[in-house]
Design a protein around this ligand. Structure first.
Ligand code: KG4
Ligand code: ZN
Length: 370
């Protein structure tokens, strides 16, 4: 819904709510008249302990856990400031993509407050919130190239403006974080697997196992990690019992292969981005999502962007992983443009950022997964 009258520039204070996966989060963010953002409070409660025994996120457990603490998290976000519901201009809640139970908890809570207080509601695409985060953290506004690497998503997009995205590449199978998690699982490491694999890789030999570099040299900018994970499985099976050094070497070899693949795919994505944006394309690469925490990946991206003449922007890691400050900020950016949503807005478990490009994965009844 776009308000018919273009709003006068003014300071905007937005409450953000995030419940799309296994983090329950609330935050208060201000967007100044100059378009700069400031976080007033930002509280996150991870449900990791509730899911760990299952080796992954259990949707029903997640939804119930969100329901039990979301109101307390919102109260805490306000308590950390001197503000109350009377002071805010709007509510922004993640409406997708994500697990439907959790999405409903967050969105319905936001709708209820919106209705009770007569405040505008802004339904946020979680991926757009990741994509716009550098505006909040680094005052970096579109256009730029975005690599989103989390447990659920791996895609590279041209971010052309608020609500304007063009997908340049996406994974054809597993997300990168998912590949880290599955690799960790098959090597008997804990959950979530990314940090465990990284820890093991530190003492391992990245050259011991000649693992494939998926998609290397392909002219499109798509990703694939399922084959790499399977190659790790085969290498592990060949060894039989795994000594600690084997696990470390497998992790280091996996991480090196994944890093090489990402760097190669990004080189192609940069060419596609420059082709699309023209010769004056702003050469900035933003990286977001939980896998951005991986130091080896950051290092290889630093080297690669330097060579390609790009500036690399990675928001602080607590704002790369799921949080509500990014949801509030995306809400403030939309509100500044006059966008709000109706109380009839339905949660969308699948909600691609670029709805024009044909889905490459999960194009069933629910719509594109990636
Ligand atoms: O963005 P995020 O917190 O949640 C969503 O998936 O939305 O990302 C979590 C993912 C998990 O797959 C986790 O294993 C991965 O990010 N991850 C890492 C590291 N830290 C988290 N992967 C590799 N290296 C890390 N240090
Ligand atoms: Zn996320």
């Amino acid at each position: 819904m776009i308000n018919p009258v273009s709003p006068m520039p003014r300071e905007l204070l937005v409450l953000g709510i995030e419940t799309s996966c296994d983090e329950t989060a609330a935050a208060l963010v201000v967007r100044g008249i100059d378009g700069r953002g400031r976080i007033l409070s930002n509280v996150v409660r991870s449900q990791l302990d509730q899911h760990r025994a299952y080796g992954g996120v259990v949707p029903e457990i997640a939804a119930r856990a969100h329901l039990e603490i979301l109101d307390k998290m919102i109260a805490q976000a306000f308590r950390q400031t001197s503000l109350t519901l009377d002071s805010i201009d709007a509510l922004a809640a993640t409406a997708g993509p994500g697990l439907i139970g959790g999405l409903l908890v967050g969105l319905v809570t936001a709708k209820a407050i919106s209705l009770a207080r007569g405040l505008p509601l802004i339904a946020i695409n979680h991926l757009e919130a990741h994509a716009l985060t550098p505006g909040l953290t680094d005052n970096m506004k579109p256009p730029y190239l975005l690599l989103l690497v989390s447990g659920g998503h791996t895609q590279v997009l041209a971010v052309e403006g608020v609500g304007k995205f063009h997908r340049l590449g996406t994974t054809l199978d597993d997300a990168l974080g998912e590949a880290f998690d599955k690799t960790a699982k098959l090597l008997g490491l804990g959950y979530p697997g990314g940090p465990e694999v990284e820890k093991q890789a530190k003492t391992g030999d990245p050259k011991r196992f000649a693992l494939p570099r998926p998609m290397l040299g392909r002219p499109d900018a798509n990703f694939s990690f399922a084959g790499l994970k399977t190659a790790v499985r085969h290498a592990a099976q060949k060894l039989g019992t795994l000594a600690a050094v084997d696990v470390a070497d497998l992790c280091a070899s996996f991480q090196a292969a994944a890093g090489d693949s990402v760097a190669d795919r990004l080189r192609v994505a940069m060419a596609l981005y420059e082709e699309r944006m023209g010769p004056t394309a702003k050469r900035v690469l933003v990286v977001s999502g939980g896998v951005a925490a991986n130091a080896a990946l950051r290092q290889s991206l630093q080297a690669m962007t330097g060579m390609q003449g790009y500036q690399l922007v990675i928001p602080p890691i607590n704002l790369c992983t799921d949080n509500a400050a990014m949801i509030a900020w995306a809400g403030a950016e939309r509100l500044a443009l006059g966008h709000t949503d109706g109380l009839d807005f339905a949660a969308r478990p699948r909600w691609p950022l670029d709805e024009v490009s044909a889905p490459l994965l999960g194009s069933g009844r629910l719509g594109a997964k990636a």
